[in-house]
Design a protein around this ligand. Structure first.
Ligand SMILES: *Cc1c(COP(=O)(O)O)cnc(C)c1O
Length: 378
């Protein structure tokens, strides 16, 4: 695309675009050059043009998911693929690991699909113990695990690799992973960790506009899908596989978001996925360090909700001092032109959340933390 010189300047100067002030844990801020990729003209969703685009997207998506398998592209929000996980992957009864609002929703989705879900719930903010999972699976009756990698409501990062290893100690238990704020921000290896189903959405760590969701399914998962009853049509994984083998999608895809994805995957390739993981880790460390300094040096009794060693690199939930609410803090920051997340669900007033994911940098984050400090010490 040819840009006028003023537009070109906008696209390369973060300050001029205003980029770096929107730290919601989803949707996340989208780079101007990624946003403007959506201006491309429509193409037909059958034929050579879509085939070329899909082939190109597959290369980048496979790298992001660390898989050799086909990455499914769904024109839905991530919740659609959570439903696909349940409908295609749970035969009768899932063990649902619940530690926050999104993992709770995963359990509810299983039940809403007329399947059973037994919950292993830990206090919100904490993570799951693989040994407890092993003990429960040993008693039988479970054929799937639902689990959230990075629990966006609390900032807790579950030990997915270990939990998957436990699942694979049993013959017939698939592991279904919501990595909506994990993929492209937190380290994740779909194939190496033998994840049966791992899903994400476009508007979180991938820093794209909302409208697309992505997933990888193992051979075991596809076998489940083949045998599944009542899986409907829109989220039937066999339909995804069949059309994507032809480099098409089952129905009309969100083409404009695919154009944005095309540009974003080029940017991710240039940074490298490892570089992206590292940048996210650095943003988490900067946030944790700031919380500790606020406590030790400024007398503001903040703390990080998730335990050390299990903190998400993409989102931090910060617990407020005793008896104070986060609501006015989030509002004051908004007035200063910076958006962060409030607490989620039952943690609404007790915490605020910083979504340090996508294309943000430590430098931009530091400006947010400075502004927060001003509000909290005023
Ligand atoms: C945002 C989010 C979802 C829901 O995604 P939608 O795209 O809004 O459907 C699910 N799980 C987690 C962990 C999330 O962060």
């Amino acid at each position: 695309m040819v840009m006028k010189s003023s537009e070109a300047a906008l696209a390369t100067t973060p300050d001029a675009t205003g980029f770096g002030r929107f730290f919601l844990p989803g949707p996340t801020e989208v780079r101007p050059e990624v946003l403007s990729a959506q201006m491309r003209a429509m193409i037909g969703h059958r034929g050579a043009d879509i085939k070329a685009l899909m082939e190109k997207l597959q290369v980048g998506l496979k790298d992001v998911f660390r898989t050799e398998r086909l990455v499914f592209l769904s024109s839905s929000s991530a919740t659609g693929l959570m439903e696909a996980a349940a409908r295609n992957g749970v035969r009768r009864k899932a063990l649902s690991l619940v530690n926050g609002a999104f993992s709770q929703r995963f359990a509810q989705i299983v039940e809403a699909c007329s399947l059973e879900s037994e919950r292993y719930e830990v206090p919100w903010g904490e993570v799951h113990d693989p040994q407890v999972v092993r003990d429960r699976l040993g008693k039988g009756g479970i054929d799937a695990i639902t689990v959230v990698h990075s629990e966006t409501s609390t900032g807790a990062l579950n030990p997915i690799e270990e939990i998957s290893r436990v699942a694979h100690e049993f013959d017939d238990v698939v592991i279904l992973v919501d990595s909506v704020t994990g993929v492209a921000g937190a380290e994740l290896w779909s194939d190496r960790w033998q994840l049966d189903f791992v899903l994400t959405g476009s508007q979180k760590a991938l820093a794209l506009p909302p409208g697309l969701a992505f997933a990888v399914a193992s051979e075991r998962m596809m076998a489940r899908s083949r045998a599944a009853r009542n899986k409907g049509i829109y989220f039937d994984l066999l339909q995804f596989q069949k059309s994507q083998e032809q480099m098409q999608t089952p129905n009309t895809p969100a083409l404009s978001v695919m154009y944005a994805l095309d540009v974003q995957l080029e940017r991710i390739t240039a940074e490298t996925l490892e570089g992206r993981w590292e940048r996210h880790r650095a943003m988490r460390e900067a946030t944790v360090k700031w919380v500790e300094e606020m406590r030790a040096d400024k007398g503001v009794g903040l703390s990080v909700l998730a335990p050390k060693g299990f903190r998400s690199p993409t989102v931090t939930a910060v617990r407020m001092p005793e008896r104070s609410s986060s609501v006015p803090v989030v509002a004051a920051l908004k007035k200063a032109g910076i958006v962060i997340g409030g607490g989620y669900g039952k943690l609404k007033e007790l915490t605020f959340r910083i979504g340090h994911m996508g294309d943000h940098t430590v430098a931009e984050l530091e400006a947010v933390l400075d502004a927060l400090e001003e509000v909290l010490t005023a």
